[in-house]
Every structure is written in C-alpha cells, then in structure tokens.
Ligand binder design. Sequence first.
Ligand SMILES: [Zn+2]
Length: 202
Amino acid sequence: MTEKIYIECENCGFEEQEVLKKKIYNKSAYYLVRCPNCGAVREIVEKVKLSQAKLIISRYDISESKIINIPEDEIYKVGDTIEVDGEKVEITKIETPEPVKSALGKDIKVIWGKSLSIPKKLGISINDKSRTYGIYIYIPNDFEFEIDRVYKINEGFFRLKKIKTKKGSAKKSKAKDIKRLYGEVTKPTRNYIDLSEFYQGD
Ligand SMILES: [Zn+2]
C-alpha cells in the first residue's frame, strides 16, 4: 500500500501526494513524493515535531533500554516493525503510560519490542511415547513451520504435531509468531527438513 500525505501539488494543485521515499532525521523529515494526478515528482524537507520515548528491546532474555525520537504525528501499533539503529524491532507493547494497542508518537511514553534481527529462541516439546523432551533452537524469524512435516535435529527425527501461536494454534506459521512447537518422535524418512544447524545443544 502506498503511503499518502496531505500536501498540495505545486504543479496541478492536487491535494494528496504519494510518498515514494521517506527518511526521518533527528529534527526533520525528508519525503520524495509523486502527484497521483499529474505525475510530478518533488522532494520535501519538513521540520517534524519529535517526541521522546523509551524503547525497551528484548533479545532473548536480556533487555536493553534506550531513548528514541519519534515523530509526534505518526501512529504506532502493536505488531508493527520499526527500525532502530539498523535493528528491526517488533512492537509488543505500547504504554501512554496505560497499555494501548496503538497511539500517536506524542502520547507514547514507552515502547516495548523484541528484536527481529537476531534468530528467535524457539522451544520444542518432543514426545517419544514414554516421555517428553524439551529443547531449544535458534531459528531465523521468517523460517516457516508446518504441521505433519518431518524435521530432523542431529540424529533424531520428529513429526510436527502442533504449532502453538500467539493467537492459538496454526497449521503453518513463521517462527516469529510461534510460541512453542510440539512433535512426536518418528522413524527416519526420506523427506525431512534439517534443523540441526539451528540447534546448539542444551
Ligand atoms: Zn500534480
């Protein structure tokens, strides 16, 4: 979806412009816009009002907090991805200070987020009929899992039985949305997905 801003075209007077490029600096914003009516392209440098918020980024079990500048008029939502110092961070909580699902930059006191720039630590419960083993893998956030497929970790094979997600369960999901995987030990098969490189031992 193309982002739009309400600003008049210098060429034809059309009131809405499409944003082709946007950069937010410390106290200004740069836009490259195109007029959807006449096609004129121009650059706009604007002073933006910035507000300070505390950002708490969690990477595995360790959190880092920093102060960031965010545009007052921009809307932030839980689930959005923001980029901070080159790191992609998914917003998990917004406080104004009350917890809210979305808010304008100027109302936000604290943004909680988790880093998407590091592999996700994902727990798997594997049942072998007599007991259940719990292990962890460190997997890229966009790695997709699907139930009924066979996965291999070192010499062990398991069939994926359940994917527990934030919203319940799913047949297929990317690692970043998964809370836990459940599998059952199975015999080696020819078609499997090897996860060994993501397993670091216990
Ligand atoms: Zn125009």
